[in-house]
Ligand binder design. Structure first.
Ligand SMILES: [Zn+2]
Length: 252
């Protein structure tokens, strides 16, 4: 079980801490703007009469973000009976800013770090959905979506801000070595039902890989490996073995 508190954040347990309202699946994160300037109390304690806070992590304009509960605890950031309850799908990330304000340098840096940690520790892919708004109750993206993708609220990150954050955190250059964790077939099984996979560090070979279209299993795997972890799909052993040999040398 990975640490549910990210090292380096300000750990500041609020209403959702201790799994007060239950857990989320760490499958689909929702990226938000607070739409205000002082959202600490509401994010930490939630609305009056509720048993959960508003978000797991709040990114202030300056300094280190607050983490108000375990990253896999349940918060009330993206749900209603009317629009679909996505709170159990994953964490909510609140960026302290008015609508239309740019990210501060600290926000970009910390967004990049926190999202990379969610991927490396929790297998929540560090990729963002950029398609049209989902139909009510139809969002099921493995990675990040904006609040506006699933709700009438207009908040979320732009593609430029996503790239800015990844870059500020040092992403977008050398691929991060993937820690092998248990049986690689097991964690691949979490994102795909492909029958045969062989994972080594920064590469994966998928026998008989086919892309079965947007949001299909093949596409999800490809997005996760290419965009998320800087990985590449090789279709056969001949293509992959030289890469594997090189990667094995570069990872201790
Ligand atoms: Zn929101």
């Amino acid at each position: 079980m990975p640490d549910p508190w990210m090292p380096g954040l300000r750990h500041d347990p609020g209403r959702s801490a201790g799994y007060n309202a239950g857990r989320n699946r760490m499958w689909m994160a929702v990226d938000h703007d607070t739409g205000g300037n002082n959202s600490y109390e509401i994010c930490k304690w939630g609305r009056q009469g509720y048993n959960a806070g508003l978000c797991q992590v709040l990114f202030p304009k300056q300094g280190v973000p607050w983490q108000f509960c375990e990253i896999d605890a349940l918060c009330y950031h993206a749900g209603s009976a009317q629009y679909g309850d996505y709170n159990p799908f994953g964490p909510g990330f609140e960026v302290e800013r008015l609508q239309g304000e740019p990210l501060s340098d600290d926000q970009a840096t910390w967004i990049g770090r926190v999202f990379a940690w969610c991927e490396s520790e929790w297998r929540l892919p560090n990729i963002h959905y950029w398609g049209p708004q989902f139909g009510w109750w139809q969002a099921n993206f493995h990675g990040h979506v904006n609040h506006r993708d699933i709700h009438p609220n207009p908040d979320g990150l732009s593609p430029a801000e996503w790239a800015q954050s990844a870059g500020a955190a040092g992403g977008g250059q050398e691929p991060t070595p993937i820690k092998k964790r248990g049986n690689p077939k097991m964690w691949c099984a979490a994102i795909t039902d492909l029958k045969w996979v062989d994972v080594y560090y920064n590469g994966v070979m998928v026998e008989g890989f086919t892309n079965d279209g947007p949001f299909g299993i093949g596409d999800k795997l490809k997005r996760y490996l290419d965009a998320g972890a800087g990985m590449t799909i090789y279709k056969n052993e001949a293509e992959y073995s030289p890469v594997r040999a090189r990667l094995a040398k570069s990872v201790s």
